[in-house]
Ligand binder design. Structure first.
Ligand code: 6PG
Length: 255
């Protein structure tokens, strides 16, 4: 079995540099996909970290580098709350990015979270993804880019330690009850994450540094350590504070 390639690690000095690096890579991935004759299908991450990236992307010089008519947006996970909830990942992305760019609402696929059960939501979203990719059930849709964050417990998307969705191999989207939060989440599963052309982790904050190192060392107790796209190892975009003191042997940029 061939040794797994090393992930690309890019360290930026501060959250602003991280946002600009992430925005530029988003642009590059979009231009690449469209240049290869397909729409750019991207799954946005949730939480608070990507907000600055989204806001940066909604402004020049990045905004006009993208043909937004060729962009189709999905979400790698969602809290099971209404879109107008302050906890909604869709709501945050809409306020920070989507309402500021000329993207058709028909090409923005929020995860449904009202008037249905979490299981119905997961099933419906999986169908939405398959329809967009025109992918049969036997085929894993391959996103051009999936953005992910890293939680303080090593979770990513809504794959939390000890949660049932970690074990799902026959679905691309799962309903996942997170006991410690006493709440439901809808999340991409490992099969879908690992079918992506590119997965990028965006991490900031010194409180994440230890988990970043544990994940990069392959600590299988941490859900983020299970993300290994067949197409290539994830790209880690790290703020210096999240890279920790061991970052000296990492690829540095902008520092
Ligand atoms: C979510 C996310 C989750 C997030 C991490 C990091 O819905 O919360 O998808 O995986 O990326 O928890 O969150 P912060 O960026 O807020 O630290």
């Amino acid at each position: 079995m061939s040794a797994r390639a090393q992930p690309a690690i890019v360290i930026m000095p501060d959250p602003t540099g991280l946002a600009h690096e992430g925005a530029q890579r988003f642009v590059d991935a979009a231009v690449s996909a469209v240049g290869e004759g397909r729409p750019f299908r991207v799954a946005l991450s949730g939480g608070s970290t990507p907000k600055a990236l989204f806001e940066t992307l909604a402004h020049e010089p990045y905004r006009s580098q993208i043909d937004w008519t060729q962009v189709e947006v999905f979400f790698s996970d969602e809290r099971f709350v209404p879109a107008d909830s302050p906890d909604s990942n869709y709501g945050m992305a809409r306020a920070a990015l989507l309402k500021h760019v000329p993207i058709s609402e028909l090409l923005v696929h929020a995860i449904p979270t009202v008037n249905l059960t979490p299981y119905e939501a997961a099933s419906l979203y999986a169908s939405t993804i398959r329809r967009a990719f025109q992918a049969a059930d036997s085929v894993l849709p391959s996103f051009d880019l999936i953005m992910l964050g890293l939680g303080p417990d090593g979770h990513t998307a809504s794959l939390f330690p000890g949660s049932e969705a970690l074990n799902i191999q026959d679905q691309i989207v799962a309903a996942n009850y997170v006991a410690k939060l006493d709440s439901w989440r809808i999340t991409f599963t490992y099969p879908l994450l690992n079918a992506a052309r590119c997965v990028t982790f965006l991490v900031q904050g010194a409180e994440k540094a230890e988990k970043v190192q544990q994940v990069l060392r392959g600590d299988s107790n941490l859900p983020a350590a299970g993300v290994h796209p067949t197409a290539g190892e994830p790209v880690w975009l790290l703020e210096q504070a999240a890279a920790g003191p061991e970052a000296s042997d990492m690829v540095r940029k902008g520092t």
